[in-house]
Design a protein around this ligand. Sequence first.
Ligand code: RFL
Ligand code: PHB
Length: 398
Amino acid sequence: MRTQVVIIGAGPSGLLLGQLLHNAGIDNVILERQSADYVLGRIRAGVLEQVTVDVLDEAGVGERMHREGLVHEGFDLLWQGRRHRIDLKGLTGGRSVLVYGQTEVTRDLMAARQRSGRTSVYEARNVAIHDFDGTRPWVSYEKDGVAQRLEADFIAGCDGFHGVSRASVPRSAITEYERVYPFGWLGLLADTPPVHEELIYVNSPRGFALCSMRSRTRSRYYLQVPLSDTVEGWSDQAFWDELRRRLDPAAAEALVTGPSIEKSIAPLRSFVAEPMRFGRLFLAGDAAHIVPPTGAKGLNLAATDVKYLADALIEHYHERSEAGLAHYSERCLRRVWRAERFSWWFTSLMHRFPGEGEIAQKFQEAELDYLVHSEAGARTLAENYVGLPLDFGLAPGR
Ligand code: RFL
Ligand code: PHB
């Protein structure tokens, strides 16, 4: 079999790339290791930047997102038992974020993929990529026990942090930067009304907490927990009790609890692989970089990588120009490092770090106090949270 672009991974990066290329008349095949149901079962991101909303609109998958997504014009920071609102809209000249779950984004993209009639192979086993440093890359895999070979012009590695694409690059050709944080996030999803109409990010001496949501009737909460904790060790009751202890009295009182639909522990990591292009292999999304979820940037970075890559491939096929492909890695990494910095900073501000003592808590509280009372401080937080524009820091025309 032959195609123009083979895409490894049917997460949001792979599906979005497939859709943008399809809309431009570029043939592509998606190979995914898991089943579609498994992919939809992973509960992850919840906050979309305007830039991401725009790319999803461009892909033609925005209709339900606009109908069901919740526009958020601010969020609360909570410490020392008191909440302070960050007015995203007021501080950024009218910008906001959209709360719409990654599961729903993925569902919309899967439906569009189905309508496109392009090939997606789920449960593709032993995917391996070959000759991407030459002119004729190809991919081997197994489907239902039968070996397959797929030839392509380009390979897009959209296969997440544990995928095969980045792992196939010779170690001498890649530089990896990594920080692993000494705690995780225990997430719980429940069909209960959210405790507040906006998100609450909590700095408490007991550890970070986050009150988020998926809809007006579905809540998503997170607790900072030691990496040694297990999901089995946290009953729903223990989760709700601990969350209440980290909230302010009014929120603790208003919290509606109920049985969990999903509970999982995610490790926190900052990671960047440079470069993001190796001959005819392009990495996008979590395959190339990971941010801790505190800044809600992971899915948004994936969407901008994919936007840059789709534009570059369209330029290659339609205009016979290699400029976009040549600049792909540099363009992405500039944006990636800005989001990495913000996510690391916000994580450092909001979590308890083992062994750092009470003075660290005092430093954090003083910084939070500064942030919410200084317009410059609050604006710095707000403009990073809503997402920097695609052309941020670029000379006009670049
Ligand atoms: P994904 O979603 O990991 O998808 C990669 C896909 O590739 C498949 N795959 C393979 N396929 C074939 N062959 C192989 N050898 C393969 N190896 C892997 C996998 O099965 C999978 O289907 O990466 P992608 O598409 O780049 O998307 C990235 C996002 O998923 C991720 O950045 C976000 O979820 C991060 N994130 C958040 N991002 C936000 O923008 N806003 C948020 O509010 C937010 N909250 C979060 C988050 C991530 C979290 N966790 C669990 C890590 C909250 C959490 C708790
Ligand atoms: C979520 O709803 O899953 C979520 C929201 C904001 C974050 C991280 C995760 O910063």
